[in-house]
Write a protein that binds this ligand. Sequence first.
Ligand SMILES: [Zn+2]
Length: 375
Amino acid sequence: MFVFTFVHMKIKDLNQNRLLNPSMLYKFIEGKDLLSHLKILGTSVEARPIYAFSIGKGSNKILMWSQMHGNESTTTKALVDFWSFLKTDQAEDILKECTFLMIPQLNPDGSEAYTRLNANAIDLNRDFIDLSQPESRLLRKIYDDFKPNYCFNLHGQRTIFSAGKTPIPATVSFLAPSADLERSLTPARQLAMKLIVAANKKLQSYLPNAVGRYDDVFNINCAGDYFTAKGTPTVLFEAGHYTQDYKRKTSRKAVFDALIVMCEVISLGKIDSFSVNDYSKIPENHKNLRDIEIFNLKGTSKGVLSNKNTVFVQYKEELEDGAVVWSPAFDSLNEEHEGLNKINAENHSDLKNISVDFDEIKNITKMISLLSLHQ
Ligand SMILES: [Zn+2]
């Protein structure tokens, strides 16, 4: 039984601009006057072109790819920003020392459909031994042909991740993936760790305590683990959340800055001036954050009241009619969670008059009253 009902309303994209499909990417690159540099390296399951861009003449070959997961577009924007930067005079020294091959959108079908998976519903980042998909086979072929000295694997993460067990969202997370089950500190892995330490030092200057580190359980079917096992230092980037920045402008800039720092360190041959020990000081990510926390809800007599009458709500993102629609949905009653936005029901004009049957709360998924938070 529902004790109260929220009117269902959906918000189109919340103006968050997370959707970056192939035609939007094309326009974005065109707008930055970079179109003439694009090459087509292969095609996706649905025969969409997979583009790449190369620049530089240096001996350090760096392979970068983004939107391997189609709904993770922030790092693609940062990658195009970086690509623009490489066309400026400021990047002259980097281009003497490095040669870049960049794939802005490895999964164009998933980017069109705003899904993590490709058109065959396969996670391309779990397909590096199976090689069952044209997109993962293409990345493996590019790796084999280009023989990179470094790989940068660019992703986005959900709002749930904090940097350590804190209420601070991980605005950027990194991982130097393992090369074996023992998680050995192989030479390649150590180099990836040092690059992360260098970037973290820069990011802490304006994102204090907001950089996280992913756990390093080994999975050879992941691109990063596979390439590290092959002896190529590989860095995983995850663009994340920052306070109310659902547009992810902050993490876009942070990833851009991290790319510059890492490439400068490589160009200057300064990678060994950073310490592997500092890598382990970066806090590990936790999954305790949720978009909205409503507290001080009134319970009914049969309700479960042990969690301080608090409900956690998470936005779900789905593509509808060419726009990403965000719908708030019930997430949990878990006291361990922490809301990025907190609403005191006692002070809320609608919520204060409502009695919640907590036994039935899992059925309540539509919470219109809360959406004004992000408008
Ligand atoms: Zn991803």
